[in-house]
Design a protein around this ligand. Structure first.
Ligand SMILES: [Fe+2]
Ligand SMILES: [Fe+2]
Length: 145
């Protein structure tokens, strides 16, 4: 399904998040222009979190979820899942800072980030676009701007 304009910015950010997930999973191929050793991947991931991911989660939690909650039980369940997974991702970032086994933590992060983004794109965003009408979605667009 084509993305509604209200969700396009978040979808673009998902694209960048998926690239990170591919790079940090165990046995990832080398991607041109991306870090290829574990120390560089750790550094890159912490920086991406600080400059991109944290803000992205924040916008979903502060603006997207409050706007779409309490209309539809399936959407509500997915919103709960979003919050739980954001929390798990925050915890894995903390673990990455302290744990010596970077490879394992990066792999867990990559797997969960990929799963999380696919869930938002394939389930949550699809349901939002199917459930709400144009008027609601254009209001959502203003809230997310
Ligand atoms: Fe999210
Ligand atoms: Fe997201």
């Amino acid at each position: 399904m084509k993305r509604h304009p209200s969700l396009i910015q978040l979808s673009k950010e998902h694209h960048d998040g998926l690239i990170l997930a591919q790079v940090i999973k165990k046995n990832a191929p080398v991607y041109i222009g991306m870090p290829s050793n574990l120390d560089a991947k750790k550094e890159y991931t912490l920086n991406f979190y600080k400059t991109e991911l944290k803000k992205h989660f924040d916008i979903e939690e502060r603006f997207l979820i409050p706007a779409i909650k309490d209309y539809n039980s399936e959407i509500d369940l997915l919103c709960d899942q979003v919050l739980t997974e954001h929390n798990d991702l925050h915890l894995l970032i903390e673990k990455l800072k302290t744990e010596d086994d970077h490879e394992e933590v990066l792999n867990q992060l990559g797997l969960l980030l990929e799963k999380h983004i696919r869930m938002e794109e394939r389930e949550l965003f699809e349901k939002i676009q199917n459930h709400f009408d144009e008027e609601f979605l254009s209001k959502l667009e203003n809230k997310l701007r």
